[in-house]
Design a protein around this ligand. Structure first.
Ligand code: S3P
Length: 439
């Protein structure tokens, strides 16, 4: 796995981003395509699948549970669904690497099986909170052992689940999806109410496969005991991966970049809303719906940015995009303030601290607060920063190079492969002077 063979990035200062290209497939939708395609009746064809380590961990898990899956080849995957009750026990522990989405969604799905499964992960995943999923699953009747609320998770299976009415304590699509997936196997009705809108790919894909999902404002309801029908799934390019290029183009003079076929689901476009509030020049074209998900081409041209108070309602809609948005804030005129984003502290790394520390090293005035950050825009210098093995921290600091006064070295970058294979190649082609070295 990537964490054993590590990498560092060396980014030379200056440059601009230009061109028209497609970034890799959406990670969230790729995970869900394998999970639901496996449980469906019939053959599901997936195109645009993300061949990154996280989504591949999910794919390997379903193969280990007896699902015949062809590919991935150029983003194409064929899943021979086994139906809701066709999975078999894996013959060993299931290793999910860095992938929080895999472990949290699988917990719900596996709680409904009549066999036992053990889910493990890398150092980062092994430190992440899992009570947020084991608590509601226990309420549904599942039996799960954890390491004091952290992985490994031993999902005992064989429990008779019952539907619950669950009010999410935090805005989390992973927890919402976990409870809904368990709800497929539960007796009666499962209802999840969320404090703020979060990504709704699970709900959309369930509906696309013929499962009745009722959405009423902040509440999602399903009945257990239904079935899924295979379909074809066109995975759009990941707006979270597009973000690095959007920010890079927004901060470097003379940039003009178009990212094609990007998913613009309304629950994911916080980054566009926030960058526009900062003054970014972003235009969408070719808007269409494919496989139940809206997509568009996104063009970003350089324009001077200004600091803002980020509206809290945008936080869940941009939850994975903040490391890159902090780089935009560092390049903006004035102060940017983020609040209401304590969830950033429990991602692949503590993203508030990791970004504040790195920006400070680069000479930017960035102060972490318990639930956010305060950044005063100013010149970015040079220096050596730590990504803490967090893919999004690594790619965000890479883009900072476009506005830096000197070379930036970024350590611990191998995990970029979890979400964005060939980031360095695409970034170089677009105009970033970046080299990847083995550590
Ligand atoms: C995801 C949900 C988000 C996000 C993660 C992917 C998903 O996590 O950060 O990268 O696919 O459901 P939370 O739901 O925990 O906020």
């Amino acid at each position: 796995m990537s964490s054993e063979l590590n990498k560092k990035y060396i980014v030379q200062p200056g440059g601009k981003l230009q061109g028209k290209f497609r970034v890799p497939g959406d990670k969230s939708i790729s995970h869900r395509s394998i999970m639901l395609g496996s449980l469906a009746e019939g053959t599901t064809q997936v195109s645009g699948f993300l061949e990154g380590e996280d989504a591949l961990a999910t794919l390997a898990t379903f193969r280990a549970m007896g699902v015949e899956i062809e590919g991935p080849e150029n983003g194409n995957v064929t899943i021979h669904g086994v139906g809701m009750h066709g999975l078999k026990a894996a013959d060993k522990d299931i290793y999910l690497g860095n992938s929080g989405t895999s472990i949290r969604l699988l917990s719900g799905l596996l709680a409904g099986q009549n066999f036992e499964s053990t889910l493990t992960g890398d150092t980062s995943l092994s430190g992440r909170p899992m009570r947020r999923v084991t608590d509601p699953l226990a309420e549904m009747g599942a039996s799960i052992d954890s390491n004091e609320g952290k992985p490994p998770l031993k999902i005992n299976g064989g429990s008779k689940l019952k539907g619950i009415n669950y009010v999410l304590p935090m805005a989390s699509a992973q927890v919402k999806s976990c409870v809904l997936l368990a709800g497929l196997y539960a007796e009666g009705t499962t209802t999840v109410k969320e404090p703020a809108p979060t990504r709704d790919h699970t709900e959309r894909m369930l509906q696309g496969m013929g499962y009745k999902v009722e959405v009423d404002g902040d509440t999602v309801t399903i009945e257990g005991g239904g079935k899924l029908t295979a379909t074809s799934i066109d995975v759009p390019a990941d707006i979270s991966s597009a973000t690095f290029f959007m920010v890079g183009a927004a901060i470097s003079e003379d940039s003009d970049l178009t990212l094609t076929h990007v998913g613009i689901n309304p629950t994911r476009i916080g980054v566009i809303n926030i960058l526009r509030l900062m003054g970014a020049d972003i235009t969408l074209s070719n808007e269409r719906v494919t496989g139940g998900e809206p997509v568009a081409d996104i063009r970003v041209k350089y324009a001077p940015l200004k600091g803002i108070d980020i509206p809290e309602e945008q936080v869940p809609l941009a939850i994975d995009e903040f490391p890159a948005l902090f780089v935009a804030a560092a390049c903006a005129d004035g102060k940017t303030v983020l609040t209401g984003a304590e969830e950033l502290r429990v991602k692949e790394s503590d993203r508030i601290q990791a970004m504040a520390d790195g920006l400070e090293i680069l000479g930017v005035d960035a102060k972490a607060t318990p639930d956010g950050i305060i950044i005063h825009g100013g010149p970015i210098g040079s220096g050596e920063v730590e990504s803490h093995g967090d893919h999004r921290i690594a790619m965000s600091f890479a883009m900072a190079g476009l506005q830096a006064g000197g070379t930036i070295q970024i350590n611990d970058c191998a995990n970029v492969a979890t979400s964005f294979p060939n980031f360095v190649g695409l970034a170089s082609d677009a105009g970033l002077e970046i080299d990847e070295l083995d550590d």
